[in-house]
Write a protein that binds this ligand. Structure first.
Ligand code: PLP
Length: 427
């Protein structure tokens, strides 16, 4: 039988990023596993795309969704619904942002788009600071500020974007610096960029750990240092927590918390994992920023009862079962196992990560040149042996990305690392 892809590829745009020579058709899942149309079982080390945050087919979420579907799926966002208000209360409380207001969207792109809308309206400026190698979504405004070439699509933008250093540690002019010197150099770069612009910049948008960019993280404290400069200029800080939120990094509930003294951002955006696969995104900002728009606005599907019911059930499960703690414990063990699996493999330049967000950067042996072919080969070999992983990276998709559901068990971590070792050693 030919695959679903082979039969229907004529209707799929060429630019849709699909994994594998013959893209998979997934039919169902349970826990940390999914099955394809031929009945093959896979350990899911990418959790959808960090979207299945707790587990596949989690009974608590399934029950909440089916009960809500039995009552009403969508009541119109012109009215209120209880799951939305309850989820907004919980997210506001967890965000760390004082006097927080929450607006729900259907994706991370739309959340960041809204954050940019708020920041530019609040500051009456269309200048945005973004990090090199960043990714914030695929709408015209978010893709327009994306610093990662692989995902920047056209390079055109409705916003004027100024890029600063700091998102990627091991490359570029600041490679090899100590944490302290790296932060100093990035702050000097930020000051330099600001010194060259005439209009007031609206906001800096940044992922605490770059996701699509290859799970690269700046030293703790970078954003606290940036914040001091931004505050002097009245520039807002948008923390894009689409990948780093909800405890994924193990040590912290939000990525911004790794930057301690920085305090909460002015605007926080989230999506991916909160709905456990249901399309839930959103923006949190303090009231004076959120309320700076004086025109009416809605998201037709943002805050729909069915997605909100999923978000509430998922968040409750996550907190009650301390999945952040699990991400720290099992993630700590997994990164050790991955380091051992990668030891001596000539293509592996670095294994890095935090909690259940682990990257393995591949280069051409003995050089700094990205090695997307090797990354593709490891993905195929892992799939053959029943393991799904992701890829991404600076300049090219040459970093393997591991981000399983946060309920991953120790034995699943060990099983996955063993398959990964085989795949890496087949290079
Ligand atoms: N922001 C970050 C950090 C992301 O990683 C992504 C998606 O990968 C987005 C925003 C866009 O989210 P979505 O694909 O839900 O629109």
């Amino acid at each position: 039988m030919t695959s679903l892809y082979a039969r229907h590829k004529a209707v799929i745009p060429d630019w849709v990023a699909l994994y594998y020579r013959d893209p998979l058709e997934i039919t169902h899942g349970e826990g940390r596993h999914v099955w394809d149309a031929e009945g093959r079982k896979y350990l899911d080390f990418f959790g959808g795309i960090l979207t299945t945050m707790t587990a596949h087919a989690l009974p608590e979420v399934t029950k909440a969704v089916s009960e809500q579907a039995g009552r009403i799926i969508h009541s119109s966002t012109l009215y209120l619904n209880r799951p939305m208000v309850e989820l907004a209360e919980r997210v506001a409380g967890l965000s760390g942002i004082p006097d927080a207001r929450v607006f729900f969207t259907t994706s991370g792109t739309e959340a960041n788009d809204t954050a940019l809308l708020l920041a530019t309206a609040y500051r009456r400026s269309n200048q945005i600071l973004a990090m090199r190698n960043s990714y914030h979504g695929r709408s015209f405004s978010t893709v327009g500020i994306t610093g990662n070439r692989t995902w920047s699509t056209t390079g055109l933008s409705p916003l004027q974007t100024l890029y600063v250093h700091g998102g990627v540690r091991g490359r570029g002019p600041y490679a090899g610096l100590t944490d302290e010197r790296f932060i100093e150099a990035c702050v000097a770069d930020l000051e330099d960029v600001l010194g060259q612009t005439r209009a007031g910049v609206a906001a800096l948008i940044a992922e605490p750990i770059q996701g699509v960019g290859g799970f690269t993280s700046p030293p703790d404290g970078l954003y606290a240092a940036f914040r001091r400069v931004l505050d002097r200029h009245g520039i807002l800080w948008i923390s894009d927590e689409v990948q780093t939120g909800w405890g994924r990094t193990g040590d912290h509930f939000w990525g911004w918390q790794a930057h301690g003294q920085a305090g909460p951002p002015d605007i926080l955006t989230f999506a991916k994992g909160i709905g456990n696969g249901m399309s839930v995104g959103g923006v949190v900002a303090r009231a004076e920023i959120m309320n700076c728009l004086d025109a009416s606005s809605i998201s037709t599907f943002g805050g729909s009862p069915i997605t909100m019911a999923a978000g509430l059930a998922n968040l409750s499960y996550l907190l009650e079962h301390d999945l952040q703690g699990n991400a720290r414990r099992v993630g700590g063990l997994l990164i050790e196992r991955v380091r051992a699996a990668a030891a001596g493999v000539a293509e592996v330049r670095e294994v890095r990560g935090r909690g259940l967000m682990i990257g393995i950067e591949l280069t051409e042996p003995g050089t700094d040149r990205a090695n997307p072919d090797a990354a593709g080969a490891v993905l195929e070999a892992a799939r053959e042996n029943g393991l799904l992983i992701g890829k991404g990276g600076a300049h090219n998709t040459s970093t393997l990305r591991i981000a399983p559901p946060l309920s991953l068990t120790v034995s699943e971590a060990e099983e996955g690392a063993a398959i990964l070792e085989q795949a890496l050693r087949s290079l």
